[in-house]
Design a protein around this ligand. Structure first.
Ligand code: NBP
Length: 471
């Protein structure tokens, strides 16, 4: 049998995806620029239906037609380099798939360029890390629909399965839609992590709990509406001790400098470009940036005073309020993420299906969580929903938990524990539910110094006030 699909790139993701596809009953062609990696994959897995090639030409020729080739190489220039090498050997109707963490505008460009040569191009988000790639990731494919139909049977088999058995993959939309949705997924992931980290910080530094006690709290929270992969791994992380010998919790020995690979920043930049409020992801990116300024923070901690006086509270009550504040903020974060996708869908003409997107995030990916089902339900009830907050389930949570987040943000500010995520969540909520905002004064200021004009609430038209005329 000729291989039904080929994978280019035998680093951890490509190797694991190839093994995953093979495990679903396919023969998989594999290729890597550095041949020794291909050799190693084959020698480590002698019983698998893997067909190695050591030149691009042999690799392409080994495949069943129309060819299906999945690239799992470093995003950016390497992806263009691999496409340029493959192109002379491909035929019209072949399907090229990019599973890297590619910037969606690159995917839009490549899709258009390849379309001119008659080559189909699918840009797919793949979430779930190394293990997800091997056992079943959540996949977000975008490109020509007819090309997706050619890979759908394989994708549906290789993807994670949700509790109801549904595969965590669906056609997202044309050209860059899949990579766009993956970018927002990653941005939302930044938000989830920031909110969990703020909760941990409050439990640790405002309540003074031990790491073990906090581990138990997260385990407990994971049994309820916060049930999610990230809460689960957080509870696990907090139980782990130093692997280099001391009996300290490993979390206390890890340097507090947050890394990033840019997808959160892309989400924020895109939100700014589209004019969408995206404060949760943006604050999460900033939180990582300020964390990296470790030396400056250490120096500042010695000269800038913290709040004076002690914050009084009932411990158990505050723990429950932090839980509510976390869930409330998470909802604001997803409301913003889906809002951004709604605006993007119109802007790029993608016709995104939000219920389907929430559905394929229920398993396999890093942000998998019980409450994604509530998002799917909300969009099933009303596909045109303006904002998640207007759905009955989310409206009810906001109603019941808003007091808790107000209390927690107040306490945190008093205690001097930074909560940029929680603060921006309640600020977004209060802005969104305000019939009147002070932008009336803003418009007056803009008109005063720049004659930028304004509209009036009591009559139609565009106005300019005679600011410089004596009254
Ligand atoms: P890397 O992102 O580290 O990329 C290494 C691969 O790219 C190797 O196969 C390497 O070949 C190949 N490559 C490079 Br670098 N430059 C090349 C070039 N000019 N021509 C041909 N091949 C080239 O691998 P990874 O961590 O497995 O990730 C693969 C993709 O999946 C990335 O886009 C990543 O962002 C994405 N992703 C990763 C995760 C994760 O959890 N790691 C999750 C989801 C998505 P060589 O062996 O010859 O150097």
């Amino acid at each position: 049998d000729k291989p039904q699909i080929g994978v280019v790139g035998m680093a951890v993701m490509g190797k694991n995806l190839a093994l995953n596809i093979e495990s679903r009953g396919y023969t998989v062609a594999i290729y890597n620029r550095t041949g020794s990696k291909t050799e190693k994959v084959v020698s480590d897995h002698p019983d698998k239906h893997l067909v190695p090639s050591y030149t691009i030409e042999d690799f392409v020729n080994s495949l069943e037609k129309p060819r299906r080739i999945m690239m799992m190489v470093k995003a950016g220039k390497p992806t263009d380099a691999v496409i340029a090498e493959l192109l002379p050997h491909l035929d019209k109707g072949d399907v090229l798939i990019d599973g890297g963490n590619t910037f969606f505008e690159d995917t839009m460009r490549r899709n258009a360029e390849l379309d001119n040569s008659g080559i189909n191009f699918i840009g797919t988000g793949v979430s779930g890390g190394e293990l997800g790639a091997l056992e079943g990731p959540s996949m977000m494919p975008g490109g020509q629909k007819e090309a997706y139909d050619l890979v759908a049977p394989i994708f549906e088999k290789m993807a994670a399965k949700a509790e109801d058995g549904a595969p965590c993959v669906t056609y997202i939309g044309p050209n860059g839609a899949g990579h766009y949705v993956k970018m927002i997924h990653n941005g939302i992931e930044y938000g989830d992590e920031e909110l969990i980290d703020e909760s941990y910080n409050l439990l640790r530094n405002m309540l003074g709990l031990t790491v073990d006690e906090i581990a138990d709290i997260f385990s407990e929270w994971n049994k309820g509406e916060l049930d999610s992969y990230l809460i689960d791994i957080t509870a696990d992380i907090l139980t782990r001790k130093d692997d280099l010998g001391s009996d300290k919790p490993i979390v206390d020995l890890i340097m507090d400098k947050g890394g990033n690979k840019g997808t959160g920043k892309w989400s924020s930049q895109n939100a700014l470009a589209l004019g969408v409020p995206q404060s949760l992801i943006t604050e999460s990116v900033y939180a990582r940036y300020i964390s990296v300024m470790k030396e400056e923070r250490v120096a500042a901690s010695k000269v800038l005073p913290k709040p004076e006086g002690k914050v009084e509270f009932d411990k158990d009550e505050v723990i429950e309020k932090i839980r509510q504040a976390l869930y409330f903020s998470k909802i604001m974060s997803y409301a913003q993420g889906f809002e951004q996708m709604k605006v993007a869908s119109k802007h790029y003409d993608w016709n995104l299906q939000f219920g389907e997107i929430a559905k394929i995030w229920r398993a396999g990916c890093i942000i998998r969580a019980r409450f994604l089902q509530n998002i799917t339900d909300a969009y099933n009830k009303d596909p045109e929903l303006d904002n998640l907050l207007l759905d009955d389930y989310f409206k009810d949570i906001a109603k019941r938990y808003q007091e808790a987040i107000r209390d927690i943000v107040g306490l945190a500010v008093k205690a001097g524990v930074p909560v940029p995520g929680f603060s921006s969540a309640i600020a977004y909520y209060d802005s969104y539910r305000s019939a009147v905002l002070p932008a009336n004064l803003l418009q007056a200021q803009r008109d005063y110094f720049g004659a930028h004009t304004y509209e009036r609430v009591d009559r139609e038209g565009i106005y300019h006030y005679p600011w410089y005329k004596e009254q």
